[in-house]
Design a protein around this ligand. Sequence first.
Ligand code: NAD
Ligand code: TYD
Length: 336
Amino acid sequence: MNLLITGGAGFIGSNFIRYILKVNPGWKIVNYDKLTYAGNPENLLDLQNLPGYSFVRGDISDSAALSQVIQDHHIEAVINYAAETHVDRSINDPEAFLKTNVLGVHCLLEQVRKFKLKKFIQISTDEVFGSLAQGKFNEESSFHPSSPYAAAKAGGDLLVQAYFTTYTTPVIVTHSSNIYGPYQYPEKLLPLFITNLLEDKTVPLYGDGHHVREWLYIEDHCRAIEAILEHGVPGQVYNIGSGEEKTNVQVTEALLALFGKSTDQISFVPDRPGHDVRYAVDSQKISRELGWQPQVSFEQGLAATVEWYKQNPLWWSKIKNGEFKNYYAAQYLNYN
Ligand code: NAD
Ligand code: TYD
């Protein structure tokens, strides 16, 4: 298969490329990425000499460049990981979110339609559903996004579904819960807290820390996308979650225990505006129809993630000593 992975230099895309080339060494993967602050070519240094892997720098909003890549590499299917992804950045500056997560997705869809590609998978988030006190969101739940990030993703997802309804473009949308693991940019909760603890800094918990997220290990997510690529049905939506719901306080305490540190290391900072209290998705559809199940427990995934950040200090310290800015907590703490 000749596969175009957009946003493959970021956290989830780079893990997927490494995973899929291991499982299918004969496949041809083209990683098309704009290299924003979150895109890091070093995430795939180990693959750069593989004959089946190539990298093209480009924007998903650039129709001409996309057209060229699709023709040059005889692309058959696209998985779109490219997005602006951090909620706090979207609160500070929403425009880039609309450009990439809505208009960029439209541009990609047009290429998929024009070249009659076999499949387009839009990687999206459970945040489009908004906050939920009890129960779980299923694939039919309505969208109530809270942040500019979630609203822009919802806009992109609706456009993807409209292309199926209107043009029968073979598209699939996924709604994944919070994903964690190696190579995650250290602005998100887990890599920020892990690297802060490695630097002996405090960890900034928003509000009372009782917000709940459902934590899915990256390898389980890669397996889910593989199953969707191979067997997912065009026009369908699949939720992908682990069932591992934790409050942010629970996550932080689990981390502190791994580091042998006390709760003195926590700084409670003012809450994020519009902060969703809880996300939880029902993943029975992908289990029932595609046979996918998460295999890595939160304890196993967390230990593996901490170990990776311990073993790769150059990867994250370069980011944290460079342009990195913790956009929200920096207002309250004496570091970026
Ligand atoms: P990330 O921020 O680590 O990576 C995003 C990548 O997209 C970067 O490599 C960046 O350079 C690239 N990119 C951004 N704008 C681009 C553009 N206009 N053209 C081409 N490339 C561009 O994000 P991630 O955590 O890997 O997330 C990937 C996808 O998964 C996103 O669509 C996100 O909404 C979704 N998602 C993430 C999570 C999570 O917990 N991280 C959960 C559910 C869904
Ligand atoms: P985050 O990793 O930004 O993912 P999302 O907001 O997309 O779920 O945040 C996960 C949770 O952790 C969320 O409830 C906000 C909280 N959080 C903190 O308490 N402190 C922080 O410094 C960050 C980045 C997040």
